[in-house]
Design a protein around this ligand. Sequence first.
Ligand SMILES: C[S@@+](CC[C@H](N)C(=O)[O-])C[C@H]1O[C@@H](n2cnc3c(N)ncnc32)[C@H](O)[C@@H]1O
Length: 320
Amino acid sequence: MSVVELESGAAFFDDVAGIRACLTEPLPRIPPWFGYDERGSELFEQITELPTYYLTRVEWALLRRHGADIAARLGCPRVAELGSGSAKKTRLLLAECAARRPTHYLPVDVSREMLEHSADRLGDLPGLSVTGLWGRYEAGLDRLHDDGGAPLAVLFLGANVGNTTPGERSALLARIAAALRPGDAFAVSADLLKPAAVFETCYNDPPGYSAFADFRLNHLAHLARRFGGQVELDDFRAAAHYDPDHQVVDGRLWARRDRSVELPVLGLSLDVRRGEGINVGFSAKFDRDGFRRDVEAHGLRAEAEWVDDEAGYGIFLFRR
Ligand SMILES: C[S@@+](CC[C@H](N)C(=O)[O-])C[C@H]1O[C@@H](n2cnc3c(N)ncnc32)[C@H](O)[C@@H]1O
């Protein structure tokens, strides 16, 4: 497999303007893609194995049960995936796709390590070729759009679509729609509304585990390391809360005492008072009909959906 470098030399990790803008919002936040350096990617894999983190298991089961049907509907020779990560679940779908016709898989991810590992693991699937697109979603989508090639399906799995603010989500969906040509497909998974307690159990570590806390703290460690700062991670406590008014799980680092993290390369000091937080990831939750409408507003037509009603989690297929 080959890896195409979309933003040369991991330029996204040095996107000073983008990171500064997020850190100076009323609720400072470290953008989600910034959390996926090599260690962050490993920690995310540990999260997917937590006994309380249902998203990966439910999606896996949906793909196992309906993968053949989904692949038949995708039915095209180019399958791109935004934020592919380990692509362990996607493998099920790709095996079905490649059994039908030769398939070119184009995973887009900021984690080069994950792109390389996933391609190695997919190497044994007959009929599948892989080109990793290393960079952010937008750069990957531009590349697919410019390609002018064969019919395309874009996958956005793992409920990643929820790791955005409403404004970012709308801009990203517009960009996805613009990358598709008439007849192309978009398959996206979403976690549906549930009682707050379900989310708070899912997005915090169960006793004896620390994957979520380590993953969230790693955002700050990575930020300080990259931008010349020093940070004492013990000064922060990681926790996620569900905000039912905005239908979003808010993953935060809370300062245990007043703290200033100097980031000389960014030319700013991140001042956090005791009891205040830094956001390190949103996970939006969706009303089923509302989600469909939000995506359709971007000129895509809902075609099919596979939903685990008990778990409140689904994969939705749209057609351009
Ligand atoms: C929550 S993980 C999900 C991984 C995989 N899809 C799954 O379901 O297990 C998010 C993945 O998206 C990647 N990612 C996050 N934000 C990104 C962005 N803006 N552009 C490209 N990749 C991104 C991360 O590196 C990570 O591999």
